[in-house]
Design a protein around this ligand. Structure first.
Ligand code: MN
Length: 259
């Protein structure tokens, strides 16, 4: 029997790389509108990293912030929200989870979507040709480093985040684009290890659906788009998976893009 309340007839939505920050208020407004409208109709919302341009610790969280409020309203309405940490907001923690009702999702999580196993990643771990970035990642993902960092005064953490962002923008500018993309070898290796043939990730800001063959089987890698000149999402409904864009209501101000 078909039933309009059957959640299986609702889409599953995937987004990433919003890089929300005060100096791009139009994108924040678009996201809040997305939470209140599109996402309300969803079976689940997955945010695969870099929701925020920077996150210096849950203690800096403002419960009155419209983004936190919008996420809380969505989970309260019964839509499960899963949030993966990205390379910008890797310090999202239990405080964020409590304030929003969102579940924190580990990088490299597997879900069943339309009957197939799909591997979810932020995507930065696939960029293995970018040695300098992988070195930085190893440092800041170390639990001891994180404990020490979170113990520092807020002003010091903000200064570090600003510096890291400047250095990252500079690094991305002087590194050739191929090196900044995912390594095909790493993609294949991870799919083999995980025993899946489908992955969804963000990070590179190069949205697309890549179909290829892996050990004689069809495989698929879907890359989510960013939220700079538009909103971007992957909509999965009844076996159809489609990348979509959301129009930004107004002209965004030019800001340096980081990933
Ligand atoms: Mn990223």
């Amino acid at each position: 029997m078909h039933n309009i309340h059957d959640t299986n007839h609702r889409p599953v939505l995937f987004i990433s790389d919003l890089h929300l920050e005060p100096r791009r208020p139009a994108v924040t407004r678009l996201f809040i509108q997305f939470l209140a409208q599109n996402a309300r109709q969803a079976q689940a919302l997955y945010i695969l990293g870099d929701l925020f341009e920077a996150w210096i610790g849950d203690d800096a969280l403002d419960t009155e912030d419209p983004v936190i409020h919008g996420l809380r309203a969505l989970t309260t309405a019964g839509v499960p929200v899963y949030v993966m940490r990205g390379n910008r907001d890797f310090l999202l923690g239990e405080g964020f989870s409590r304030a929003t009702g969102a579940f924190l999702l580990d990088d490299m999580s597997r879900i069943t979507l339309d009957g197939v196993q799909v591997l979810l990643l932020h995507g930065d771990t696939l960029c293995t040709d970018d040695i300098e970035y992988q070195r930085f990642r190893a440092v800041v993902r170390d639990p001891h480093w994180q404990t020490e960092f979170l113990a520092k005064p807020r002003a010091q953490r903000l200064a570090y985040a600003a510096r890291a962002r400047r250095e990252s923008t500079e690094h991305n500018r002087r590194t050739d684009t191929a090196r900044l993309d995912v390594s095909p070898h790493s993609v294949q290796q991870i799919l083999r290890e995980q025993g899946t043939r489908h992955m969804i990730h963000g990070h590179t800001h190069r949205p697309g659906v890549h179909r290829f063959e892996l050990d004689g089987e069809p495989a698929q890698r879907i890359v989510l788009g960013d939220w700079y000149e538009q909103g971007s999402l992957l909509l999965c409904e009844g076996g159809r998976w489609q990348l979509r864009q959301l129009a930004l209501g107004e002209v965004p101000t030019a800001t340096p893009r980081s990933r």
